[in-house]
Design a protein. Sequence first.
Lengths: 417, 278
Amino acid sequence: MSEIITVRNLYKIFGDNPKKAIQALKEGKSKDEILRKHKQIVGVQDINFTVREGEIFVLMGLSGSGKSTLQRLINRLHEPTSGEIVINGTDIVKLKQKELRQFRRNNFCGMVFQNFAILPHRTVLGNVEFGLELQGVDKDERQEKARKIIKLVGLDGNEDNYPSQLSGGMQQRVGLARGLAVDADILLMDEAFSALDPLIRRQMQDELLELQARMKKTILFVTHDLDEAFRLGDRIAIMKDGLIVQIGTAEEIISSPADEYVRTFVEDMDRSAVLTAGTIMLPVKERAFTGDGPRTILRKIRKFGLSGILVTDSKRHLKGYILAKELAEFLEKNKKKEDLKMDPSLIREAAYVDRDMPLNEVINVYQEADYGPIAVVDSDQRLEGVIVRGAIIAALSEGYEIEPNNGSDDLKKEEDK
Amino acid sequence: MFPFRIPIRDWISDAVDYLVSEYSAVFDAFSALVYFLVDNLKDGMMAIHPLALIIVIAAITLKMAGWRMALFAIIGLLLSENIGLWSAFVETLALVLTAELLVMVVGLPLGVLAARKDGFHSVIRPVLDFMQTMPAFVYLIPAVMFFGLGLVPGVVATFVFALPPLIRLTNLGIRQVPKELVEAADAFGATGSQKLFKVQIPVAMPTIMAGVNQSIMLGLSMVVIAAMIGAGGLGEDVLRGIQRLQVGQGFEAGLVVVIMAIILDRITAGFADQGSKS
């Protein structure tokens, strides 16, 4: 994925003497001090980040954290005080008003607002075609396009209704459709679902994800709601006092918060919805290969005092699970035989989960499994790690640090040979 | 208290004298325009049968304000005809509509300008305060000096008196357009005039129409005052009633003014409502 937005050293000061404020910031003065001493309001400070093409990038923070200011800097509804904003290779800070207008038309799908901001005097169709109309697209073409998008967001049949006849959720669909109708890459959403009641909000989030899978826009989404941020965001930037304190995926933020502020923030999260099997799995200490003899396997099991062992082929593909007890009984029965072969019936089906499965679903699999640990596999059914009971409980308990891990490095190394 | 007196009255008189002597051509041209508008409007309305005009007005009222008001309009207008005040009614209507037309032509752009330029807004605000609080009679004097006696100074005085609310409410309506709506247009790359004509004015329309409504009402309240300088119409009948202590005649003419006021008010209020509904 290529980078579509790159922001470097961006500052926004509201006030008559921004230079002084930036100077003070660089000397390490706080936002409050600058407000008291210099009467300048720090909007955002020292912002650096990139947004990749096709991702949902969430700006998350409480009110006053500068998230909406930052979003409005990205399309220059606010004039940056200093810094660079490079979008599709153009530093938009340097554009003149007329160029900026053209740039917005070509690159932005407008904005979606908390209170919808759709035009009360226009029908649904009139609102959805608004962006295209501003671009001078002719009437038949823009209406055809608008009708398609209206259908896509599930508003067909409402084309000729006025906004006041629609529910909040439907009005926001109009707002979303208005943006999507425009042939551009970047959609800005400012607290877009915050005014909706929780059930509708949830539904709209799902629909947005579905639409996104089809339309592949780059979305810069502002919210104060951590659950929403983690649900929607491919990556999330957490903001405080005009600064970005951490950027990362939901898992990265939950498993290793950058500071105390983020930690208290994520404490209340429903961790089981965010953490995945991949985050909490442990490395596989030992495994059996399909070609191993029964005695070798038992030795491997005993070495670590396990109750059983996972079986893979030489390419790490998961083949099953062998219970120590059953293997021991088998060996006892056949202890006279010299060249004993492994009995395939001893290899039972192993419970496994995909490494991207959220923890709350892993728990279900765990409860249904009768024996052994849960194997974690990648998309090719290759063994990546294991999940044991203790790891699940530890991950769910608050305040517990989870070491980010990449599964069994030793397994991969082995394979490389 | 002071050994001298600030000669405001001399300044104003001199300024008016200067304008009258130097710019008489301009005033004459304006005068001709107003005459043209009022005369044509009046003659046009007088040329058709009263009943036809009543039906037209009732139809507009029906559309904008419902059947009850339409019924009221029919009865009220028939009454005006019955008591012999039809031509006075038409004359006053022509005067008020002409003044309102001028108010809209001047007031709407000024209101838009005031909303977009804070500097202009701060300049025009005290001017509007002045225009609204200055006793209406005071306008009559310069109006007479510039345009003589008769219809035109009546229209001009009415215009000056009725202008402020439209400017104020146009300004207010555009300033009250939600910030996000303007941001939304900006985010799509709208030009200044696209923002104005596709977002700000349409969204502000109910408030602007309330301004039109208010200025028409103020215009009607000037009708009697304007009659003092010979503007004619219903005001003249009211005035004659007062001067000759003919209470009955004065009341009749006053009643017709009220009927006209109610009909015009409901029609323009209907415009404002329709704007806010959609």
